[in-house]
Ligand binder design. Structure first.
Ligand SMILES: C/C=C/C(=O)SCCNC(=O)CCNC(=O)[C@H](O)C(C)(C)COP(=O)(O)OP(=O)(O)OC[C@H]1O[C@@H](n2cnc3c(N)ncnc32)[C@H](O)[C@@H]1OP(=O)(O)O
Length: 410
């Protein structure tokens, strides 16, 4: 890209540049495999400052991104360096780097808040949440929505109009119109820190991401870019990122296991699921299971917590009824699939147990040691932990690698 860009900037017959992707996809971002080789021995900021900012964004010729399909991670970061962005309404745009234990490292932490505003940018980055082109247009990330057929022509038209000063020549990094006053910034950033600590207490990258965004607003975007570059390199080498990158490829590998997926095996039938912990997660999981006709045993430590868990499940089901997604008759039927218990007796014939208690290693170890005694040897053990090593959780069971991680999203 650098070579082609430099050529386009040099040639007198090129007035403006349109960036697009192949086969209806703008870009899925940086090649995640390349992180395996460790950080390149290049000076911090050489890509995000020296190339993308000083050569592309500050060029004498405008660039317009023509986005269809996906613009994720580094792909969206490059698009944000452009002076305008045209996309299809169904394009998917996001910075999902935190899902990989890293932060956007090509200016995303600086440009996204300046384009969509600080609260939306924090939400998109911290939750690795992508948005559709049509919403991106509403938030200011995209300048025009067109059909896939018109994409390139419109982008070329916009690029030439920028050259002719018929449209503004925006440099995302220097925009301030979407940034709140400093007092407001402080409040938003502090709130984000508290939320990040609550939701991901055992990992550092969400807080690092917030610090980098903060630096860019308080000390200016170039300082922010430098901090982003240094922090991204540090996080790339973290154990968390290595593990999350492994998960990324492992999830995809499950659909390709030779001698498994092509043998016509049928999954074991699951009828009864036991859940340990009736908090927000446990009751949510129980709701999803009974709504899908599984028998569910919900265990809590005392009557008070058990009642609270069951009340949450009832409230969840009632909200389905209110929205017209479930009849009152179904509500009663689904609820009859649920039993609340205070011990493990009814776990003996469970097909699956899902543990959903606090993120406390010794508590989880004790629970799985108990489950090992009560459940049959074919019972699937799963934990809803977000951050604790599964091997560690299984340390006090007879078979340490028996425990699976199970996550639930809505
Ligand atoms: C500083 C900048 C940092 C970054 O940019 S970090 C990367 C940020 N980007 C992402 O996190 C995007 C990750 N990828 C995805 O979310 C999805 O994938 C897509 C939406 C791009 C495509 O989804 P679908 O069409 O369902 O295909 P599929 O099975 O997920 O992927 C097809 C093949 O493409 C590989 N792949 C996808 N994205 C990347 C990537 N960014 N780097 C390296 N490989 C990637 C997969 O592993 C798989 O490969 P196989 O066919 O061998 O299983």
């Amino acid at each position: 890209m650098k070579r082609d860009y430099e050529e386009a900037l040099r040639r007198s017959d090129v007035k403006a540049i349109v960036l697009t992707g192949a086969k209806g996809r703008f870009s899925g971002g940086f090649d995640i495999n390349a992180f395996q080789n460790g950080p390149k021995n290049e000076k911090p900021g050489s890509l995000s400052i020296d190339f993308l900012t000083d050569i592309v964004e500050d060029a004498q010729k405008p660039s317009v991104a023509a986005i269809d399909g996906i613009a994720l991670g580094g792909g969206l970061e490059v698009a944000m360096v452009c002076h305008a962005r045209v996309s299809t309404s169904s394009a998917q745009l996001g910075l999902p780097e935190l899902q990989l234990g890293i932060i956007p490292g090509m200016g995303g932490t600086q440009r996204l808040p300046r384009l969509v505003g600080l609260p939306k940018a924090l939400e998109m980055m911290l939750m690795s949440k992508s948005i559709k082109g049509v919403d991106a247009h509403r938030f200011g990330l995209i300048d025009a929505i067109v059909s896939a057929n018109e994409l390139i022509n419109t982008a070329c038209f916009w690029a030439l109009e920028i050259v002719e000063d018929k449209r503004p020549w925006f440099r995302s990094l220097h925009r301030t119109d979407k940034l709140p006053a400093l007092e407001e910034v402080k409040k938003i950033i502090n709130f984000a820190r508290v939320q990040a600590q609550k939701q991901s207490a055992n990992v550092q990258h969400p807080l690092v991401c917030i610090d980098v965004i903060d630096e860019g607003i308080i000390s200016g975007p170039r300082a922010g870019l430098m901090k982003e570059s240094l922090s991204a390199k540090m996080l790339e080498m973290s154990q968390t990122s290595k593990s999350l990158r492994h998960v990324f490829f492992a999830q995809r590998a499950t659909s390709k296991i030779p001698n498994i997926i092509n043998l016509g095996l049928t999954p074991r039938r699951i009828q009864k699921v036991a859940i340990v912990g009736g908090g927000l997660m446990g009751s949510g999981i129980a709701t999803a299971l009974i709504a899908n006709n599984f028998l569910v045993i919900l265990k809590e430590v005392n009557e008070h917590f058990l009642d609270a868990g069951i009340s949450r499940i009832k409230a969840n089901l009632q909200s389905f009824v209110k929205k017209g997604e479930m009849t009152k008759g179904d509500y009663e039927k689904k609820l009859s699939l649920l039993s609340g218990v205070l011990d493990y007796e009814q776990f003996r014939d469970a097909d699956v147990v899902i543990e959903a208690v606090l993120e406390d290693v010794s508590l989880k170890q004790k629970i799985f040691a108990d489950l090992d005694k009560y459940c049959h040897s074919n019972c699937i053990f799963a934990t809803n932990t977000s951050t604790i090593d599964l091997q560690l959780i299984g340390q006090k069971t007879s078979c340490q690698n028996r425990i699976a991680g199970a996550h639930f999203f809505r």
